[in-house]
Every structure is written in C-alpha cells, then in structure tokens.
Design a protein around this ligand. Structure first.
Ligand code: GDP
Ligand code: IMO
Ligand code: MG
Length: 422
C-alpha cells in the first residue's frame, strides 16, 4: 500500500489535527515527517479538546501505530510534558502506541535560547517564530552538528551534548540576550529519561516494511502549511523545514513512487500567525469577526491569528507544488453569518494582473476579488452533503472548478463528528 499524505495548503492551522484524527479509523499507521513543537494540532471528541505538538494526531485510536519520523526535530522537555498530560487526562499509556525514529534530531535547550536571541536581533524584521528552537535545530542538522534520538543510547551522548552546548554558548556570546539555562537543562534531561522508555526505531525500514504489507495503510501528517515551506513559502517568513509533500519522502525515508493520495487541507478563508506577507489579510471588523467566530488564536502560542479571505492564487500554487489529488475544506461554519464571501482570484502588482503566485510576494500586492453570496444559516449540525445550503455548495463547486481537484470533505465544526464526507 502507498502512503497517503495529508498536509496544510495555507499558512498552517488549517485543521490538520482534527482531520487526521477523523481519518485515522481508515489507517493503521500515522506518521509525522517534519517540524517540531512549533505545531499545534487540535482535536475534539466526547466534548474534550486536546492540542498535540509533537505526537501524531492518530494517538487517540487504540489500534493505530503512531511514528515520529526522522524529519522531525524533537524537544525531549516538551515531549515529556505532552506525554504526561495525555496519559493523565485520558488514562492511556503511550509507549505502546508511539514509536520514535532514531534519526530524528534533538532540540537542545540552547536551540531555544538561540531562537529567542536571533529573533530579538532581527528587530522589526522578526519572523514571529514560536521560539521552540526549530530554526537553530534544523540549522545544526544541515551544518552536521546535531544530536539525534539514536545518540541518546550511545556512551558518548553527554560528551556530544556538551560539545554542542559549548558551540551554542559561543554563538550566544555574540548576542546581548539574557537567559537561564539551568532550569531548561533540568527539564531537558528529565525529558531524555522519559524518552528512553519509548521504542527507538529505524523508521525508514519500519515504514517501508509496512508499505509492503497488503493490509497496512499509512497516513503521513504534515505540520505547518505549504506557504511556510522553507523553499516555496513566503521566505524568509517561513519555518525551517520542507512542509510540502516532498518533505514526506525525506522525513520518512520513502521513495516518491510510494506516495499515494496527497490530501490538501485548507480553511474556507485564510489565517496566518507570525510575520510576513498575507495578500488577502483583513484589518477591519470583517477580519475581527472571522477571528472571533473561528477562535483564531494560536494553538501553540495563543497569539491572535491574522485573518483574511480565501486566496485562490496561493491555494493553486500549493496544489501545484504538492501534486494534491484531493482537497478538504475546514471551518466552513465560521462563514455562516457573512452576507458576502470574497475569494482572491488574481493579484495586481505594478499595474499588471497576475493569475500566478509570484516571487515578489510583498505588501504591494493587491488582490482581485470575486464575490459570493453568503449562505447565512447555521451549518454546524449538518451531517450530509445534501443538507448543505446551495450557496455553500456553489462555493465548493467553484473551488473544485478553479483547482481541478475534488473536495472530499467539508468540515463544519471542531468535533470529530462535525465532518461531511462528500
Ligand atoms: P492544525 O494546526 O492544522 O491542526 O490546526 P489547529 O488545531 O492549530 O487550528 C484549527 C482550529 O480550528 C482548532 O481550534 C480546531 O479545533 C478548529 N477546527 C477544525 N476544524 C474546524 C471546523 O470545521 N470548524 C470550526 N469551527 N473549527 C474547526
Ligand atoms: P501547525 O502545524 C501556524 C509559523 C510561526 C512563524 C513561522 C516560523 O499548527 O499548522 P518557527 O517556530 O517554525 O520558527 O516559526 O512559522 N508557524 C506556524 N504557524 N501553524 C503552525 O503549525 C506553525 N508553525 C510555525 O508563527 O510565523
Ligand atoms: Mg496549529
């Protein structure tokens, strides 16, 4: 069986956690392939809401095997907090259902401090990082300095850690940045001890073995969104990994030919948290209304998310880069009380109209909008496609026509059950 990949097509927070949780009933294995605890994936069931950061969103399904893949950067301190919170809240034991790639890179405490120091030094040009140490950790991976999960069990682990820490302390001396390493290190080493109770695997072998099994279906869960991809996002206002489908190959050790469906998820509008260009951003009461109704506040940092209309130019770009075969639209219910709904179908730049996503993606871009009549009714309790209002059906049809890709699910609320399969 091939690996299906589910990934965000916008600037993150499209509802990946909720949908992976919904889809897990049809899969035996769920894997994360990039990012780290910068992610915040929310899911809701039985009137309980939970936010996952490092752990794949299939974790609440007893029979599913969840894997943290080699492309992930793992902070043991955050991992410990996350594991303990879930085990306490849900009364389950995670080390039976969660496997960790030996080749996943570790985030060390000084990565987090460096993230803070570098952001502060950027002043007005700051990225708006979640400050989880993601950028510095991937930098060390590429610079060949990193420590990996598999190193924890090696006799020279402490030595490796000290070496990396000394390198970081030298780097930190270039910044005028206050920090307290002692507590961070205490939590980190406690996290290492907890991590040791989990099974470390050669994930590329394990995943490829699953691929060769006839009855095992694998779903790869992306973090962030395509517009935050290190290569194709709005650089430099991006995260430090390949969030796109290609990242699933390098982040799990599977060949491109082993990718099956590419499931692209997007909100019925757009949000972005952190700095950087956002052509359809609304600064008025309409944007505030989206934020209020959609509870658009970061799952990881609590920051208010910037809100705006759906951007078809950016969406088509993401679909192209990822080779999306199937679309999922979330948060349609948030637009229930909007009289008019707008979609950007082009950009105006320097007097020219563009229908593609350009290199010069900055504040000079002016979106060209197409307007739709709103459905003006409550869709939150709807359970089937035929119950959806005509205006919403038209909105979905327009998106399918523009993108050439079918919309397989419309999500109408945060709960597992608020999911309309078309
Ligand atoms: P992720 O990072 O892509 O997993 O998304 P987040 O969890 O950060 O943000 C999505 C937010 O929207 C969460 O609070 C979800 O509970 C919520 N959500 C997901 N789908 C829907 C939906 O269809 N309608 C509404 N109203 N909320 C949703
Ligand atoms: P999920 O998986 C939304 C944003 C940050 C910042 C930029 C770089 O929940 O969709 P980083 O911490 O990676 O150095 O931050 O990327 N960002 C996200 N925005 N959702 C996320 O994850 C994000 N992860 C990072 O706000 O602008
Ligand atoms: Mg999120």
């Amino acid at each position: 069986m091939k690996v299906d990949v589910l990934l965000g097509l916008q600037w993150g927070d499209e509802g990946k956690g909720k949908i992976v949780d919904v889809l897990t009933s049809g899969y035996q294995v769920i894997t994360r392939f990039q990012g780290g605890a910068n992610a915040g994936h929310s899911l809701e069931f039985n009137n309980q809401k939970h936010v996952l950061h490092l752990i794949p969103s299939g974790i609440f399904h007893e029979k599913a095997i969840n894997i943290i893949g080699n492309g992930v950067v793992l902070d043991p301190a955050i991992f410990k907090t996350e594991v303990e919170e879930i085990e306490k809240k849900f009364g389950i034991t995670l080390n039976k259902r969660l496997l960790i790639a030996k080749k996943a890179n570790l985030i060390v405490p000084t990565h987090r401090i460096l993230d803070g120091a570098m952001e502060e030094a950027k002043g007005k040009g700051k990225i708006g990082s979640t400050l989880k140490g993601i950028g510095p950790a991937y930098t060390d991976k590429v610079a060949r300095n990193a420590i990996r999960v598999g190193d924890i069990l090696q006799p020279n682990f402490k030595e490796k850690y000290e070496q990396l820490k000394q390198l970081h302390l030298k780097q930190l001396s270039l910044y005028n940045f206050a920090y307290n390493l002692e507590q961070l290190e205490k939590d980190w080493f406690a996290g290492i001890e907890l991590l040791k109770t989990f099974q470390f695997i050669d994930s590329e072998h394990v995943i490829n073995k699953y691929i060769n099994e006839k009855d095992t279906r694998i779903l790869a869960e992306g973090a962030q969104g395509s517009m935050l991809d290190i290569d194709f996002g709005s650089y430099p206002f991006v995260t430090s990994s390949n969030t796109i489908c290609a990242g699933a190959c390098t982040g799990m050790g599977i060949a491109p030919s082993k990718i099956g469906s590419v499931i692209g998820i997007f909100k019925a509008y757009c949000t972005r948290v952190g700095s950087g260009p956002f052509p359809t951003e609304l600064f008025d009461e309409v944007g505030q209304k989206m934020r209020d109704i959609g509870h658009e506040y970061g799952s990881t940092t609590g920051r208010p998310r910037r809100c705006g209309w759906l951007d078809m130019v950016a969406l088509k770009y993401s679909i192209m880069i990822n080779g999306v075969t199937e679309l999922i639209m979330t948060k349609a219910d948030v637009l229930d009380s909007f009289d008019t709904i707008k979609v950007a179908v082009g950009y105006k730049l320097d007097g020219k109209t563009l229908d593609y996503f350009p290199y010069e993606i900055d504040n000079n871009i002016e979106p060209v909008y197409k307007e739709f009549k709103g459905w003006n009714c409550d869709i939150t309790g709807k359970t089937s496609e035929k119950e959806l209002p005509k205006e919403l059906a038209d909105y979905v049809k327009f998106i399918e026509k523009e993108t050439g890709v079918p919309v397989s699910i419309v999500s109408v609320g945060p709960d597992r059950d608020a999911t309309i399969i078309r």
